[in-house]
Design a protein around this ligand. Structure first.
Ligand code: F6P
Length: 373
């Protein structure tokens, strides 16, 4: 029998399809073992502001297919560097609110935290591991870029949405003999662009890991035109860069632990293509549509597996009498199965696309260009 009787659960960072499926799995498993779950609202912000609510199996009934998170999320609340306002120099005033959070943890008698989030959320969790709180991490992101796991939930849904969108854009491209540039998310990793690009048969795929040359991209479009294919589809990751240049930045969110928001490559690229080779071009930015709506079946099952494994680790660590640091683990999917690694191993790292990845090779073999310089 577990000695744990109460845990907290939170969702941090950007929302992602499958978050609710993890919450549901955690709450239901906990309840079946006599463990109470306290939901913390809006990620670590709820811990700072003491906004929590009990979650019973009834509260999570029917949420498996809902996108977003019933708890709310925040990608701006790092307890160690909480932006409490803006100083006269226009920079955020950062305060350490760790003690305040510890008081909330004690007040609600939380013996462990299940933190569902990306690398930023895991870095925040590390603060509490250092203060003796056992934290179990569950990796989420549509970007699929969390170190240590081959797959994150939310990714498959984002790829499906992007693929469907590119399929639709293809009809305009073909009818009007245009170039359509579709900008997809992914931060500094090209996983969404690579998978959606291959799945949609995009003619050019641009990813951050392979810097591109605008000349190579245009040559590929012209080669296709000479072969009688008078339209082309370019699937561009928001983080893709022209060789020797920087990624396109849409905005800087000063109060966020990861302040850079990428964006703008679609517009820039379609303009450059028109200017260089005179082919009519349009762009579409898929943006947050990729994170929205109901998760695909794979994300629902992966999220349920992750939630279940998080509870298994929590209960096992408790029985083995491990220290909070030893017992703090990140659930991962590796080599086709569930596993876990030390929570802190994944902090401040990103998993990008290896340039010798089989899907890169497969894309090349079906005549897709990466526009490499
Ligand atoms: O990490 C998920 C993600 O959707 C990225 O793909 C994207 O760059 C970023 O979040 C956008 O962040 P925000 O929701 O703050 O605009």
């Amino acid at each position: 029998m577990s000695t744990i009787t109460r845990i907290g659960v939170l969702t941090g960072g950007g929302d992602c399809p499958g978050l609710n499926a993890v919450i549901r799995a955690v709450v239901k498993d906990a309840a079946s073992h006599g463990i109470e779950t306290i939901g913390i609202e809006d990620g670590f912000l709820g811990l700072i502001e003491d906004r929590v609510r009990p979650l019973s199996p009834r509260d999570v009934s029917g949420i498996l297919l809902q996108g977003g998170t019933i708890l709310g999320s925040s990608n701006k609340a790092n307890p160690r560097k909480f932006a409490s306002g803006v100083g006269p120099d226009g920079k955020p005033i950062l305060e350490d609110r760790t003690d305040q959070c510890m008081a909330v943890i004690e007040k609600h008698r939380l013996q462990a935290l299940v933190v569902i989030g990306g690398d930023g959320t895991m870095s925040c969790a590390e603060t509490f591991v250092n203060r003796g709180i056992r934290c179990i991490g569950v990796p989420k992101t549509i970007d699929n870029d969390i170190y240590g796991t081959d797959l994150t939930f939310g990714f498959s849904t984002a790829v499906q949405i992007a693929t469907d969108a590119i399929d639709r854009v293809r009809t305009t491209a073909a009818s009007h003999h245009r170039v359509m540039v579709v900008e997809v998310m992914g931060r500094n990793a090209g996983w969404i662009a690579l998978h959606a690009g291959v799945a949609s048969g995009s003619d050019v795929i641009l990813i951050p890991e392979i810097p591109f040359s605008i000349e190579r991209v245009c040559e590929h479009i012209q080669r296709r035109a000479r072969e009688g294919k008078k339209f082309s589809i370019v699937c561009a990751a928001e983080g893709a860069k022209i060789a020797g240049g920087n990624a396109f930045i849409e905005r800087v969110v000063a109060t966020s632990p990861d302040p850079i928001r990428l964006g703008g490559i679609g517009k820039a690229l379609s303009g450059m293509i028109e200017e260089k080779i005179g082919v009519e071009s349009r762009y579409v930015v898929l943006g947050h549509v990729q994170r929205g709506g109901t998760p695909v079946a794979l994300d629902r099952t992966l999220a349920t597996l992750f939630g279940d494994h998080a509870m298994e680790i929590l209960k096992a660590g408790d029985k083995k009498g491990l220290t909070p640091r030893e017992a703090s683990r990140l659930v991962v999917w590796r080599g086709g199965g569930l596993s876990d690694i030390p929570l802190t191993e994944a902090c401040n790292k990103q998993r990008t696309v290896p340039i010798d990845h089989p899907l890169v090779a497969a894309a090349r073999s079906v005549a897709t260009s990466f526009g490499e310089a």
